[in-house]
Design a protein around this ligand. Structure first.
Ligand SMILES: [Zn+2]
Length: 322
């Protein structure tokens, strides 16, 4: 998977024309504060992947006094991508300034925008968050930046190096993501964090993508097995590394604090679902009031977008309250 999916430098933006060289000292994480998840809203011209902005209100023009090094959001096919929009060694105009100065210039930080949607789609938020982690790991490696020097716009403001904004806490906070968690995720990807299993349990190869059927390969591991923890999927699972391979494991099996738990909810109306038994799916209805535990969101394949849930020892694929 590419870290940077494309490069469209905003050469018509006054910030690019100014071309003030710098050595990156940190990273500022922004979110746009507007309901438009598409990169094309801000970045043009269309490279055939991001799509065309027919409103001509993108940032590749003069007179804006705002510009950042990269954007993360949807391409025209709703695939989350990261696009570089300025060279990483020139100052951007992102964070504004506070009473101590500005992370635009002194010290100069690499800054990127995450395109907000209407803030209700956890799955989109998670994809953007994950992409931001991967991007920051890459930037930290390439420019020798410490993950401790990654801040949000809100934190830049709090430290006196930015204008009074709250991004991306206004968005991430809705789904339990924090800047401390973000820095920890970047650190763990840079360094790896060892965790131990609390009991005999299973490692899944594609657990939260396709958790049933014969296609699922897993290993049984013993209590006190040491794994390298990589990241929390916020649905009660973690990605871990074991013998240099990546697996998924249920968080409650890990001897690590602060991990997410499995999500449960009850139905407000009768809902159609597929009963899952081995590889066999049978149409059924789940009655109003039934409580289910979410095992995962299915992120690929025929049932992409469905939830995989458990209730009373049975397993289902469904779309919530459909
Ligand atoms: Zn901002």
């Amino acid at each position: 998977m590419a870290v940077i999916d494309g490069k469209i430098i905003l050469t018509k933006n006054d910030c690019y024309k100014e071309y003030q060289k710098m050595t990156p000292a940190g990273i500022v994480v922004h979110s746009t504060g507007a309901n438009n998840p598409y990169i094309k809203r801000y970045v043009q011209p269309d490279d055939g992947v991001i799509g065309k902005n027919i409103y001509n209100n993108d940032w590749n023009r003069s007179g804006l006094y705002v510009c950042v090094h990269a954007f993360i959001g949807y391409d025209k096919n709703d695939v989350v991508r990261c696009y570089q929009t300025l060279p990483f060694d020139i100052c951007c105009w992102g964070v504004g300034s506070g009473w101590n100065g500005s992370y635009n210039f002194n010290p100069a930080y690499i800054q990127f925008e995450m395109c907000e949607d209407d803030l209700s789609d956890k799955s989109y938020c998670k994809k953007v968050y994950d992409k931001a982690v991967t991007f920051c790991v890459w930037l930290c490696r390439k420019y020798g930046i410490s993950p401790d020097n990654i801040v949000s716009h809100k934190e830049a403001y709090d430290k006196g190096f930015g204008s009074g904004h709250v991004d991306p806490t206004n968005w991430w906070g809705k789904f339990g993501y924090t800047m401390d968690g973000f820095r920890a995720a970047v650190k763990s990807r840079l360094n790896g964090v060892n965790v131990k299993t609390k009991r005999r349990c299973r490692l899944y190869k594609a657990a939260y993508k396709d958790p049933v059927g014969d296609s699922v390969a897993y290993a049984k591991i013993k209590k006190n097995t040491v794994l390298k923890w990589l990241e929390d999927d916020m649905y009660g699972w973690s990605k871990v590394s074991y013998k240099n391979k990546t697996f998924y494991i249920i968080n409650s099996n890990l001897n690590k604090k602060g991990l997410s738990g499995l999500v449960s909810y009850s139905f407000i109306k009768d809902t159609s679902a597929y009963l899952v038994k081995g590889n066999k799916l049978t149409k059924t209805t789940i009655k109003k009031g039934t409580t289910v535990q979410v095992i995962c969101w299915i992120e690929a394949g025929k049932y992409k977008g469905y939830e995989y849930v458990k209730s009373g020892g049975k397993y289902y694929y469904l779309i919530r309250n459909s």
